[in-house]
Design a protein around this ligand. Structure first.
Ligand SMILES: [Fe+2]
Length: 167
């Protein structure tokens, strides 16, 4: 009589058609995107709290909407990493190491500089996402490529809104 051995699936075992090597590369790209978004979220909230000047209400509200959107983004990126079977970073130390966006040494002197810093952040994220998307595509991970493409669109739109304040 033929016996079949029961295979007990482990929590980090993923068999959805993406090889481990590709998943590791994709997770690295996603972790960078997560750290970028988290750092920019904190910066946006910092400005939401501290902005002053003639456009106070408009900027306070716009920054509020922007950090709320980034809060949703970080969750989606982290959960995509988990769906790929790997660990999502979640400490300030990890984010500082992984992020291409740097924290402010001090509060920017005026609202115009705040808008400019956020604009630079969204543009940097858009550039980073473009290469993360090709990493996902190389690994035939359409779900990640799709998620990141949607985020790219959001960041480009936010960049436009910030840029419009500087005109
Ligand atoms: Fe608030």
């Amino acid at each position: 009589m033929k016996t079949t051995k029961l295979h007990i699936i482990q929590a980090d075992e993923v068999n959805t058609g993406i090889k481990l090597a590709a998943r590791t590369k994709i997770v690295k790209a996603l972790s960078g995107a997560l750290a970028d978004a988290y750092t920019l979220m904190l910066k946006t909230q910092y400005y939401h709290w501290n902005v002053t000047g003639p456009h106070f209400i408009a900027l306070h509200e716009m920054f509020g909407a922007q950090y709320t959107a980034l809060f949703a983004t970080v969750d989606e990126l982290a959960e995509r990493i988990r769906a790929l079977g790997q660990e999502a970073p979640g400490t300030y130390a990890q984010f500082a190491k992984l992020s291409q966006i740097k924290e402010d040494a001090a509060l920017p002197k005026n609202w115009g500089l705040m808008v400019q810093h956020l604009l630079e952040g969204h543009e940097a994220i858009a550039r980073g996402l473009r290469s993360a998307i090709s990493v996902a595509e190389d690994g035939e991970d359409s779900a990640t490529a799709d998620l990141l493409t949607g985020k790219l669109d959001e960041h480009e739109k936010t960049a436009w809104m910030l840029r419009a304040h500087l005109a």
